[in-house]
Design a protein around this ligand. Structure first.
Ligand code: PLP
Length: 389
């Protein structure tokens, strides 16, 4: 059966060039990067090259990039590390209502430990307004964290403006840029962020590797304690092969950024156009002005997204209702809720994300299946409505 993967925001396949560079680090180059003999230093050189590649992609200095076990770890590090290091200054953190759970659940945990967390609202397009940040700032605020690109509706936030506001008040600024990396240009110096989180598996690298950009001088405690790896900022023997893979994926992302954005967004736009042409009563959520190039979040009125997911799965088409993390629960997406979308519409919403291996034929097949499935589900639901079910 044909398989169509349209969930690139959940994860991406590892590119062949990436895997090829990783493989020797599992076998002949297996040394511990902390070992001083040649075998260890060979592994250390692989890690150093990867650090340079990730740093280059985001215009950071090489010594400002720290590898972690995932994007979630970098997000946790920002929350726990900054509130710990700056506890004498205050106990207030500002973030937004549409963050990834790695941020939201870190915030919830901090709340139980006596730290107050303010969640900024977003408008109906999913955008944070700088005035709202300005209003939320207090003398005891130590951290502002706003994601660069939202993972459900793809909205890009005005990070440069928001970081400038935080800095005007002497507050550390963090951004979760996991969805942004490789999908929008990122220049940490131009954006003016102090901390930024990244993950390898969203950019055609392996799972289980992330990175934190940490501007020199940022007041943040260590999160993982132990050996002196990562310039004594993050303990634990390096995931050498994974880090090398992340580095190669970052290099490819930098080389392909323009063509990736162009190709992926034109496929996404084609998909939206075909869906609108073939299926009545659909709404595209978010905004087309400043959006993740591969993201199409669409509401199919009068039916359940879960039912669409199950029937598309039977056709070999893989999509998501909300983020992978929320799709296991039936609670309506916190992101679509924050956009002010009514709950019955949220239940009929699907996130399609296209990527580098998506073809036009994949999308034609998807629209064909989707048209039949939506028609079928709406017939059932109208029959049910007539029977008063
Ligand atoms: C995927 C994702 C994360 C988590 O990254 P992991 O490497 O899977 O832990 C964090 N934030 C956003 C916006 C994401 O999309």
């Amino acid at each position: 059966m044909r398989q169509v993967y349209l969930d690139y925001s959940a994860t991406t396949p590892v590119k062949k060039e990436v895997l090829d560079e990783m493989l020797p680090y599992f076998s002949e180059k297996f040394g511990n990067p902390s070992s001083l003999y040649d075998l260890g230093q060979e592994a250390a050189a692989g890690v150093a090259q990867a650090r340079g590649r990730v740093a280059h992609l985001i215009n950071a200095n090489t010594n400002e990039v720290f590898f972690t076990s995932c994007g979630s770890e970098a997000d946790n590090w920002a929350f726990f590390g900054v509130t710990d290091a700056q506890s004498a200054k205050g106990k207030h953190v500002i973030t937004t209502a549409i963050e990834h759970h790695a941020i939201l659940h870190s915030g919830e945990y901090l709340s139980k430990r006596g730290i107050e967390v303010t969640y900024l609202p977003v408008d109906h397009e999913g955008r944070v307004h700088p005035e709202d940040l300005e209003k939320a700032i207090r003398p005891d605020t130590v951290l502002v964290s706003v994601m660069l690109v939202n993972n459900e509706v793809g909205t890009v936030q005005p990070i440069k403006e928001l970081a400038a506001i935080a800095h005007k008040h002497g507050i550390t600024f963090h951004s979760d840029a996991v969805q942004g990396l490789g999908n929008v240009p990122i220049d940490v110096k131009d954006l003016g962020v102090d901390l930024m989180s990244f993950s390898s598996h969203k950019i055609y690298g392996p799972k289980g590797v992330g990175a934190m950009y940490m501007k020199k001088g940022t007041k943040i405690s260590n999160y993982l304690h132990g050996g002196a790896q990562e310039s004594a900022r993050r303990a634990g023997t390096e995931n050498t092969a994974g880090i090398v893979g992340f580095g190669k994926a970052a290099e490819l992302a930098e080389q392909n950024l323009e063509s990736h954005i162009k190709n992926v967004s034109s496929l996404r736009d084609y998909f939206i156009e075909q869906v609108k042409k073939n299926i009545p009563d659909v709404i595209v959520n978010g905004t087309m002005d400043g959006r993740h190039p591969g993201n199409a979040n669409i509401t199919f009125k009068y039916i359940e997204g879960e039912s669409i997911l199950i029937l598309l799965n039977e056709k070999g088409i893989y999509i998501s209702t909300g983020s992978a993390c929320s799709s296991k629960s039936l609670a309506p997406s916190h992101v679509l809720t924050a956009l002010g979308i009514p709950v019955e519409m949220i239940h009929g919403s699907i996130r399609f994300t296209v990527g580098d291996f998506t073809t036009k034929e994949d999308l034609d097949y998807t629209v064909e299946c989707l048209t039949d499935i939506v028609k079928h589900l709406r017939e059932i639901s109208s029959v049910n409505a007539e029977k008063g079910w």
